[in-house]
Design a protein around this ligand. Structure first.
Ligand code: C2E
Ligand code: CA
Ligand code: CA
Length: 404
């Protein structure tokens, strides 16, 4: 049963900037969509009975991008993210897969269209015509062109998110996450520009840039380390790679050259790649990963469990670490099936001699559960968010480990 909610004229159903976990179907009455521009609310659309508003909340918990205010008394049906996920999970495999693909493309598209919108009018037009391929092409091209400039003008940078060894509560390493400090649009999420860079091939330059910057960060982080806060092994930095990188013949020699020049111990770099990307070009990926592994670099499978690949690939590729996707961590405290899955992934990894990183741990309860299941490493907002290098150095000096 979907709960029904009543709102009076002038009530705010959704507030821009806040996070929310519900979408609303309007049953009666009209609402206006407002966006804040230059400190002022501007109306960019009106929606009536039968419309869906706030649907991005069903996909993720990013801040709302617009305010929805009633123009008269309204009745709405509230669809929560949990309810929506339960329905999708309960659907048959084909519906589930189609929903996943559509929602991830929609997220991508909304991210890109917000990048090109300059005026509220354009915002509203983009929202109305979001399914037009022309829009996608324009957004993609614009991001691509600006990204090339960004690379030359040093607008790209890496943030570092700590990875904690929860068996001894020491800092094991960091993941390097790219940020784009756009001169007009502010900080842009990699969720917007990485997919474009992957499509256009620019990702190869971005990955090389990330590796160089991460290699220069390794000695700084190690030097900053308070000996009481780190374990016996050197601190590592995980760098994200794309499968397109493996099509680049010169990748491995670039990695070798960069690490040798920076005098970085290969064990201090972890190469992260998602399982779905691996399956796109398995042979090229295998050859490249084997070279990296032989050189001493740890190979981690990112977002483990979200691809549609067979488990047999775990034997096919040289893999040291599995990163359990955050969607399982999020669902684990609510659904027993997800808990069982996390438990099985950790057991599977142990039996295959791999390490496990639980990603996206946001609460003490989640941290405790995965620790008790035998997971060694945890990464998530509960410990720390991604931060600039200077802050990561301070973290290495004076992190206060919470009781767990
Ligand atoms: P990812 O590799 O799975 O990275 C983890 C993402 O989860 C990061 O998002 C991080 O900020 C976020 N995260 C970490 N802990 C928590 C938590 O407790 N709760 C929640 N809700 N989120 C958490 P971010 O930085 O926005 O990066 C998004 C994705 O963009 C990355 O996902 C990765 O696929 C891609 N990406 C980022 N940097 C690079 C890069 O340098 N190269 C490539 N190829 N991809 C990158
Ligand atoms: Ca990653
Ligand atoms: Ca991940």
């Amino acid at each position: 049963m979907i709960p029904k909610k009543q709102f009076k004229k002038g009530d705010i159903i959704i507030r821009e900037g806040e996070s929310g976990d519900s979408a609303y179907v309007i049953e009666s009455g009209n609402v206006e969509i407002l966006v804040l521009r230059h400190g002022q609310h501007m109306q960019v659309g009106v929606r009536g009975p039968g419309s869906l508003v706030g649907e991005l909340a069903l996909i993720d918990d990013k801040p709302r991008t617009a305010t929805v205010r009633t123009l008269e008394d309204c009745e709405v049906l509230e669809i929560t993210r949990d309810d929506f996920s339960r329905r999708v999970e309960g659907a048959d495999a084909v519906v589930k897969m189609v929903m996943r693909v559509i929602t991830s493309r929609y997220r991508d598209l909304m991210g890109r269209s917000s990048f090109v919108s300059i005026t509220p009018q354009e915002d509203s037009e983009k929202a109305e015509n979001a399914n037009e391929s022309h829009d996608i092409a324009v957004s993609t091209l614009k991001i691509h062109n600006e990204l090339k400039i960004a690379l030359d003008e040093k607008q790209l940078t890496l943030f570092y998110q700590p990875i904690i060894d929860v068996q001894n509560m020491k800092i094991a390493g960091f993941e390097a996450l790219m940020r784009w400090k756009h001169p007009e649009k502010g900080m842009i999420s990699p969720g917007v520009f990485i997919p474009v860079a992957e499509e256009s091939g620019l990702i190869v330059e971005l990955s090389r840039f990330a590796l160089e910057v991460a290699c220069s960060a390794v000695p700084r982080l190690q030097k900053a380390a308070n000996p009481g806060l780190v374990g016996d092994k050197p601190v590592f930095v995980g760098v994200n790679f794309s499968v397109k990188d493996f099509a680049d013949e010169g990748l491995f020699s670039f990695i070798e050259k960069t690490m040798t020049a920076g005098k970085v111990n290969p064990a201090q770099i972890h190469l992260e790649i998602t399982e779905s990307l691996l399956m796109e070009a398995p042979e090229a990926a295998k050859a490249a990963l084997e070279k990296c592994r032989a050189f001493g670099i740890d190979v981690s499978i990112d977002d483990f469990g979200t691809g549609y690949s067979s488990l047999s690939y775990l034997h096919y590729f040289p893999i040291d670490t599995l990163k359990v996707d955050q969607s399982f961590i999020r669902a684990m405290t609510k659904h027993n099936a997800s808990l069982v899955l996390v438990k099985s992934i950790i057991a599977l990894a142990r039996n295959l001699g791999m390490k496990v990183i639980a990603e996206g741990v946001e609460t003490e309860e989640e941290a405790r559960i995965v620790r008790d299941l035998g997971c060694e490493w945890i990464q998530g907002f509960w410990f720390a968010r991604p931060m600039p290098l200077e802050d990561a150095e301070k973290f290495m000096q004076n992190w206060q480990a919470p009781a767990l």
